[in-house]
Design a protein around this ligand. Structure first.
Ligand code: WT7
Length: 629
């Protein structure tokens, strides 16, 4: 191999393991020569009720279809096929509650029992193939059962992160036309009860599509139950309807598996649509290769199932590979900042997959906390959600990985469903770079006009080849799908990120180029924050920007123009911050509120957030010719 430039780490293959991809260069070359062959071979490792006629149907781009003509069900591959093999009694899911005393574990056999039970209940409530089901649950095993039960029946799940407000939940339920909502009485957040069911009640006041609500008991506090609409899950499972087997519905490879709402450039969240066949092959392959999944692994992805990372790499990917997936209800610092390290020691976690923001927040507490624990079970580490800064990379590598564990920095998106730019453990690593496009993929950095920029220069990141787990469209909005991702550079997928490629072919993602802000790895749209603000009686106009933040990566900063008769004050600023937290989500709570007389706009009336950002950072405001001032 040629000499690589910059800071490079060469993982020790014996220690890190590279069982599935011992020679990444050879595999990269063969997958590049024939990507469809590569994907067909991977798909053959899974079970299909009926084989595909074509691996890829690219006859109507950008509406690509994968494994056309094939029939399968992702649940058949996540669960059913393991029941007749050596994994039947292997642990599929280990769950630990925030209080540390609640814990449950499920073998593939018992996971099947729970998923079957929930599927029987859903079916008895009238859920059939193609129906939409909203899942609004804390990080408890039932969220996994619910997702898999929907998929087993061919229903389409829409998981909403349980930190979203009633307004956000209502929008998403309404848009998806869900007829059923699965929730819990409450969730535990750092020792306090977050009253989930109350939020659902509020959201459902204006949600005519919803016929039934299933409520899982978690926190045990008193909740109001609508006798016609709301049902305790434990009551339902005690009924005869819950008993007995439940067939796994054969699905066309292109049938919808789930929709997942994410933020874009407008205030209206968009629902990314993924399918059974391609998503299954993509998540299975990327997890297996990048994290070198082995039989004895205990895999911990710290993401919430409410985000794509939880879908692909907490639930589906690990079960497809027959791994043991670990799920923790709580956060990293409650009651003490050694919580994660203690769990790694106690459960013998081999692979930890988390976000840079979590690493940075834990770094602040010093090395003594992790050093109290024996974390020698760790073999590999992972990073996702935002660029990882060199300080955080080194701390993660040295203090958590003891210099032994390679860090797999995986770049991907809700839309891509699976990793797109990521290393494998046999590949030299550069701190802060995700390495190279996954096998079979090619990426490019383009300038405004669509020409590739020279290595080392910043530009728009695009993906050149279709991939199996790609989004198929935006639910109910084909036009927005085409416009958002495929119209700037026809034939190429526009990621919405700026990036560089270095002379060694490694990609360095810099950040979003659109009106999306990554706050603690969570994706938020400036327009969503702004619309939450203008719903406050004092606010006439608002603009939100992301400013660099040591722990969160970016923090939200807002500028508001008040209505006549309202006066700026610290109390009003605090009230506005809280308003965003309750009307959108606590994760969207602005760090800073500035009152302004007016906002910089173009002559056509568009807010120039770029100008606000430059001013806030004391930078050059750039080209102001379009400014209407
Ligand atoms: C955006 C997608 C799918 C992962 C969870 C986030 C940023 C994601 C990385 C990374 C640099 C990253 C990008 C991307 N991002 N992973 N390893 N390095 N940036 O999914 O919420 O859809 O956000 O997250 O900006 O576009 P998402």
């Amino acid at each position: 191999m040629s000499e690589l430039s910059g800071e490079v780490f060469y993982p020790d293959p014996a220690a890190a393991g590279a069982a599935h991809v011992p020679d990444h260069e050879a595999l990269r070359a063969s997958a590049a020569a024939d990507p469809l062959r590569f994907w067909a071979d991977r798909a053959s490792e899974l079970e299909w009720f009926k084989p595909w006629e074509k691996v890829l149907d690219a006859s109507n781009p950008p509406f690509f279809k994968w494994f056309t003509g094939a029939s399968t069900n992702i649940v058949h591959n996540c669960i059913d096929r393991h029941l007749s093999g050596p994994y039947k009694n292997k642990l599929a899911l280990i769950w630990v509650g925030e209080n540390g005393t609640d814990h449950e574990s499920y073998s593939y056999f018992s996971l099947n029992r729970e998923v079957t039970k929930m599927a029987n209940v859903l079916r008895a409530m009238g859920v059939t193939k193609g129906d939409k089901v909203t899942i609004y649950l804390p990080r408890i095993p039932e969220v996994v059962f619910a997702m898999l039960a929907c998929a087993k029946l061919g229903a389409v799940h829409s998981v909403i992160f349980a930190g979203f407000s009633a307004d956000a939940l209502q929008d998403r339920i309404g848009d998806s036309e869900s007829k059923l909502v699965i929730t819990a009485d409450g969730s535990w957040v750092n020792g306090s009860i977050f009253r989930l069911k109350d939020i659902v009640d509020e959201a459902l006041r204006f949600s005519p599509s919803v016929e039934n609500v299933i409520v899982v008991r978690r926190t045990g506090h008193e909740v109001v139950m609508d006798p016609l609409r709301d049902h305790w899950y434990h009551d339902l499972t005690a009924l005869p309807i819950a008993k007995g087997p439940c067939a796994t519905e054969p699905m066309d490879a292109e049938d919808t598996l789930f929709i997942l709402y994410t933020s874009g450039s407008t205030g209206k969240p968009k629902a990314i649509l993924h399918t059974h066949g391609g998503y299954m092959v993509g998540t299975y392959t990327t997890l297996k290769y990048t994290f070198d999944i082995r039989d004895e692994d205990r895999w911990w992805c710290t993401a919430d199932p409410g985000w794509i990372t939880g879908h692909s790499y907490l639930v589906y990917g690990p079960l497809l590979t027959g791994a043991t997936t670990f799920m923790f209800e709580g956060g990293p610092t409650y009651p003490y900042p050694n919580r994660w390290w203690q769990l790694i020691e106690h459960y013998g976690i081999t692979t930890l997959y988390t976000a840079p923001t979590a690493i940075r927040s834990l770094m602040r507490f010093g090395e003594a906390w992790p050093n109290r624990h024996d974390m020698s079970s760790l073999r590999l580490l992972g990073s996702v959600g935002e660029p990882i800064n060199p300080e955080a990379w080194h701390w993660y590598h040295r203090v958590i990985g003891k210099g032994r564990c390679p860090i797999m920095d995986t770049w991907w998106q809700t839309e891509t469903g699976m990793f797109q730019i990521c290393p494998v453990p046999s590949m030299p690593l550069k701190p802060g770079s995700g390495g190279k496009p996954f096998f079979g993929q090619e990426a490019e950095i383009l300038d405004e006009a669509g020409n590739p920029v020279p290595d080392g220069e910043e530009g728009f990141l695009v993906l050149k080849n279709p991939w199996p787990a790609m989004l198929r469209t935006l639910y109910k909005d084909d036009e927005r799908y085409v416009n958002t991702y495929w119209s700037k550079y026809p034939g190429k997928y526009l990621a919405g990120d700026s990036a560089r490629r270095d002379a060694d072919g490694y990609f360095w993602v810099i950040g979003r180029t659109d009106d999306v802000i990554k706050v603690s790895g969570h994706r938020l749209g400036t327009a969503e924050v702004e619309s939450a603000l203008v719903s406050h009686p004092a606010v006439a106009e608002a603009a939100a920007i992301g400013l660099p933040h040591d722990v969160k990566g970016h923090a939200i900063h807002v500028f508001v123009v008040l209505r006549m008769g309202f006066e700026s004050s610290p109390a009003l600023a605090e009230d506005l911050r809280k308003h965003v937290a309750t009307h959108l989500s606590p994760i969207a709570k602005p760090d800073g509120v500035d009152f302004a007389e007016k906002l910089p706009k173009t002559r056509s009336g568009k807010i120039m957030r770029r100008v606000l950002k430059a001013r806030a950072l004391g930078q050059d405001e750039g080209d102001l010719t379009t400014l209407d001032e």
